[in-house]
Design a protein around this ligand. Structure first.
Ligand SMILES: Cc1ncc(COP(=O)(O)O)c(C=O)c1O
Length: 388
């Protein structure tokens, strides 16, 4: 079955829902049983039946089944946000006394989890250069239990040599987990590259319409129970409405992502030719330092990239950004709409030094016509020049 067909078919069981194409939004906390025998029997299959709202409804299960199929995983666990997905994956693989390796380019709240939550429980974290590749071996300690990955990195967009890192991890029996939100399972299948736990902030491209918070962790069968127990202990259960929106988003993921990719490439290449721009950080561009790795391992690029401007004053950046017509100033991404956001990782990076010629902006390129987006940005640069 080809990917586009799997996207449309996975997790669909009309026969269970009076022939309705989509599963209904089951609103349920309590699930009642008809007899004590049935009650006891169901409790032997706690994670595989419908037992209680927090453990998942049929809508949750349909979403999990679809994502697992897309990821090439045996199972998936839906949680209430992308960050809950990172947390559930990480907590399922580390315990007090362990050592945890995190790329310096990781989504910043993962660092906060490590510093504010894991540290007091006795987990020590080392941040590493995302370009380390097989050199990760030098950072491994006898108590290293998990290596975290994210490619490309949040904001700064560095690619990682994922198979080189997972090969080292596997040799030593260390687990690996990845934040796969940028690529989605459509453009990168982490489990095929030796990663144990793949996290998607479904809030972004899977939901795809900026209207729900949702996360999902995918894994081989033997890791499922630990992640499920962890997510359950965290009390992280997504609402059925959110799972429904995630499932609905998945059905159109292939067409949406192809358009995000085409639009983003157009706009990124346009940025590259602008005198106001110092560098565009987007692994799909042939001169990006991560391009070779991206081309080797990924099947496509989504619509998120970053731009380092030439030196400019805050008032000039504001003149550009404040009056953009099609780019909302907002965190998050992955919806149908374009967004812009300033960033500066100098304050939190510890393993590598972040140097940028000028102010940095992250762009999410939506499904608008790229000609309109480029005209909007062109007018923005004009305002920026005038404000200087
Ligand atoms: C790369 C990445 N991972 C995870 C998350 C967290 O997702 P959520 O906001 O659903 O918790 C985000 C959100 O911005 C993100 O950009």
């Amino acid at each position: 079955m080809k990917t586009e067909t799997r996207i449309v078919s996975a997790g669909r069981h009309p026969e269970d829902h009076f022939g309705a194409v989509n599963p209904p939004v089951y609103r349920a906390s309590t699930i009642t049983r008809r007899s004590l025998a049935e009650w006891r029997e169901v409790r032997t299959r706690l994670f595989d039946d419908i037992v209680y709202g927090r453990f998942g409804t049929p809508t949750t299960k349909a979403f999990e089944e679809a994502v697992a199929a897309l990821e090439g995983a045996d199972r998936a666990v839906a949680v209430s946000s992308g960050m809950a997905g990172c947390t559930a994956a990480i907590l399922s693989a580390v315990e007090g006394g362990d050592h945890f390796l995190v790329p310096d380019s990781a989504y910043q709240p993962v660092r906060k989890l490590a510093e504010n939550f894991l540290k007091p429980f006795g987990v020590e974290t080392t941040y590493y250069d995302p370009s380390i590749g097989a050199g990760i071996a030098d950072l491994i300690r006898p108590n290293t239990s998990l290596i975290w990955l994210e490619a490309p990195g949040s904001q700064t967009m560095e690619m990682q040599d994922i198979p080189a890192i997972t090969a080292v991890a596997r040799e030593r029996g260390i687990r690996t987990g990845i934040d796969n939100t940028w690529a989605t399972p459509l453009f990168f299948k982490p489990l095929d590259f030796g990663v144990d736990l793949s996290v998607n902030a479904a809030t972004k491209y899977l939901v795809g319409h900026s209207d729900a918070m949702l996360g999902v962790v995918s894994m081989r069968a033997e890791l499922f129970e630990k992640v499920k127990i962890t997510a359950n202990s965290m009390g992280s259960c997504p609402g059925s409405e959110e799972c429904y929106l995630g499932l609905r988003g998945v059905r159109t993921l292939a067409v949406r992502l192809k358009q995000h990719e085409a639009n983003a490439l157009r706009v990124a290449q346009w940025f590259q030719n602008r005198p106001e721009v110092n560098r565009v950080l987007y692994p799909a561009l042939p001169d990006d330092p991560g391009h070779a790795l991206w081309k080797r391992d990924f099947a496509g690029a989504s619509g998120l990239f970053s731009v380092i401007l030439e030196p400019a004053k805050e008032v000039q950046v504001a003149a550009m950004v404040d009056d953009l017509e099609y780019f909302g100033l907002g965190a998050s991404w992955g919806g149908y709409e374009s967004l812009v956001m300033p960033f500066d990782p100098t304050a939190y990076r510890t393993a590598t030094e972040w140097r940028a010629a000028g102010p940095c902006l992250r762009f999410h390129i939506g499904l608008e016509n790229p000609d309109d987006l480029i005209a909007d940005l062109e007018a923005g640069f004009e305002r920026m020049r005038a404000a200087g």
